[in-house]
Write a protein that binds this ligand. Structure first.
Ligand code: NAD
Length: 262
């Protein structure tokens, strides 16, 4: 067997962190070496599965990263930058799924990654189908002047719009602005959703949902709808594992899983 990749999970007690820790432990070429979270510190990361694995959740990231090759971060947009910068300064490659990271924090991460020659991948969506949906939406954007995005997530998601919706709109509007209704009135503020480059973005939050997105483009007498559904968090794991394997050997800030999928 080749070299084993030593992986740390930040946000290890959360919904995504638990799934990542479980999946990493099942890979023959990876070893879970650290779990970082402010919740559940002191307990075994696999306690919820009823099969302790000996990796104890730690709250102090500076003590957790000693023997780590890649840190995976699924935390919150406001706290992730500090974790990522700590990892980069320690020379640890990062795979980041956390959404809602502010633009100025992202710029600081990019600068640090460049200075330290450490790779950092930030991907708003690790589901392979969602990456394809974004690519197809970008392609379709060339042929339409009107588009709206409806993103749907579980009721515990705290940032809106979703990172995937924002990234989709950014890709669709990289070299154009979509048309929008002039002089429209909203009887209830927010009725028409948010807006990026003329693309309206609507955020639905409901229990029972995981992560879903519909991109609608409208033309003369026709509409085109692109839809992706993540039915379970398992859908994100092939993309996260791909990123852990592909990130080493890269350098600097990389945004979007598509840059590692060839
Ligand atoms: P969650 O609330 O279940 O988990 C977040 C975890 O981060 C919690 O356990 C919390 O205690 C921990 N945390 C908070 N502050 C911390 C700190 N300073 N250091 C370490 N851990 C800290 O949330 P979730 O559903 O697992 O989602 C996490 C993030 O991942 C969100 O930003 C979400 O939008 C994003 N997400 C991304 C993808 C993707 O494919 N990129 C998919 C799903 C979710």
């Amino acid at each position: 067997m080749g070299e084993v990749i030593r992986v740390a999970v930040s946000g290890a007690s959360g919904r995504m962190g638990q799934e990542v820790a479980r999946t990493v432990r099942a890979q023959a070429d990876m070893r879970l070496v650290a779990a970082i979270d402010v919740a559940g510190a002191g307990s075994d990361v696999a306690q919820q599965d009823g099969s302790p694995c000996g990796v104890i959740v730690q709250s102090d990231i500076s003590k957790a990263l000693g023997e780590t090759d890649v840190m995976v971060d699924f935390t919150r947009g406001d706290v992730a930058p500090a974790n990522i910068l700590a990892a980069v300064r320690a020379g640890v490659a990062c795979v980041v799924g956390t959404t809602g990271i502010a633009a100025d924090a992202m710029a600081r991460i990019g600068e640090a990654a460049r200075e330290k020659s450490v790779p950092v991948l930030v991907a708003p969506n690790f589901a392979l189908g969602a990456v394809l949906m974004m690519r197809f939406a970008q392609e379709a954007a060339r042929f339409y002047e009107w588009a709206e995005i409806i993103e749907m997530h579980h009721e515990n998601k705290i940032d809106a719009p979703s990172g995937t919706a924002l990234r989709t709109a950014e890709l669709m509007t990289s070299d154009k602005t979509f048309q929008s209704i002039k002089n429209e009135t909203e009887k209830l503020p927010g009725a028409r959703g948010a807006q990026h480059g003329g693309v309206r973005i609507h955020s639905v939050r409901l229990p029972g949902l995981v992560a879903h997105q519909q991109v609608m483009l409208g033309g003369s007498g026709e509409t085109l709808t692109l839809r992706h559904d993540s039915m379970s968090r398992v859908s994100f794991m092939p993309g996260v594992m791909l990123a852990i394997r592909a990130i080493r050997g890269r350098t600097g800030l990389i945004v979007g899983l598509e840059n590692l999928m060839h």
